[in-house]
Ligand binder design. Structure first.
Ligand code: ASP
Length: 343
């Protein structure tokens, strides 16, 4: 690769790529082949930029595993020709896509930075320009050895760079819409971009492997006081269900009613994988700390430690889609594959 960094921008949809049509005031996707018309600042970079888009850009509420795999393939096909990738994505499900891509892109050694905005690029007060420009700068940044500064899937939003599979969108209103509640920020952009080197992923050194599968036999069971047996059973026994993210209270606690524990036991006996993830925003699951989580531990429910719901769901979709033996899946659930949980 030459001295001038080359970055590929991949547009998937979302507010960031919209402009207001002057007469109707409707938001429409802008033409990415004319990127610099919208953002003239791009010409001032000493960075070579190309852009492509997925076939039919989507509001990120319509994001799905087919697109996750397509993004993985786009990166694979262009991997040797670019120093880094910036993915423009709606903010609503960005944390899911960032998590999923971390599992798709095994042995990644180049930056894949997702960004988006709360206001469209064409709006004067947009947060999109800063997010976009800084994401490009981060994707192109190299360390003193000429290696990429951030060789992992990350999310850049409102002056902060986060590990992608640790992120959560917590605000529908603030420009600061994301956080990574259980992992330090990877970088902060002020006058300078300050990288938190110690917390940035170290590449494995192995060749990139693009994992192209996700199962849809995964469910989320969110507990609440008063949840009824019919709801619990409907989810645990939904046809073909293989993996369940169990959203528990506090440090991983759940009711100890017989009917509830029997339903969990039945699922485990049927070979289903249950991942215990806390409803709390910060902190972690510690099965066995209270009597109300001891039974889960004994039955073989697996602790998700401090994993986010977004990462837990996409990890289970990835693992159960991979045609692996039961013990390999359990092992992987107990392992931090891409830095998604603290072991
Ligand atoms: N609904 C939009 C989306 O997620 C919001 C955004 O772009 O931030 O696609």
């Amino acid at each position: 690769m030459g001295v001038t960094p080359k970055i590929l921008i991949i547009y998937t949809g979302g507010t960031i790529g919209m402009v207001e049509e002057p007469t109707t005031k409707m938001l429409q996707p802008f033409d990415f082949t004319h990127l610099t018309n919208q953002i003239p600042e791009l010409t001032k970079f000493n960075i070579e930029l190309d852009s492509i888009a997925i076939d039919n850009p989507v509001d990120s509420s319509n994001m799905n595993p087919v697109i996750w795999v397509a993004l993985g393939r786009m990166i694979e096909q262009n991997y040797d020709d670019y120093d880094g990738f910036v993915i423009l994505h709606g903010s609503d499900t960005m944390a899911y896509t960032a998590s999923a891509l971390s599992f798709v892109l095994e042995n990644l050694s180049k930056p894949v930075i997702l960004t988006g905005s709360q206001l469209p690029i064409g709006v004067i007060r947009t947060d999109g320009k800063e997010n976009f420009l800084t994401a490009i700068e981060i994707a192109a940044a190299r360390n003193e050895n000429g290696l990429p500064m951030v060789p992992e899937v990350a999310v850049y939003f409102e002056y902060k760079l986060y590990r992608g599979n640790r992120t959560h969108k917590f605000s529908a209103e603030n420009f600061e819409a994301f956080d990574s509640p259980n992992y330090p920020v990877l970088a902060e952009a002020g006058v300078h971009i300050k990288y938190n080197q110690a917390n940035i992923w170290t590449p494995t050194g192995l060749p990139l492997k693009v994992n192209q599968w996700f199962s849809d036999n995964v469910a989320l069971l969110f507990l609440f006081p008063g949840i009824s047996p019919k709801i619990v059973t409907a989810i645990l026994e939904a046809p073909n269900i293989q993996g369940i993210v169990l959203k528990t209270f506090g440090s991983g606690n759940a009711p100890t009613y017989n009917w509830f524990l029997e339903a969990i036991q039945k699922s485990i006996d049927a070979g289903k994988f249950i991942y215990n993830v806390t409803q709390c925003h910060t902190g972690k699951v510690e099965q066995g700390r209270y009597e109300t989580s001891m039974a889960l531990l004994e039955m073989g429910v697996i602790s998700g430690r401090d994993i986010t719901t977004e990462a837990a769901l996409s990890k289970l979709m990835y693992l159960t889609g991979a045609n692996l033996d039961e013990d390999v899946i359990i092992d992987a659930m107990n392992t931090s594959l891409r830095g998604e949980m603290t072991i």
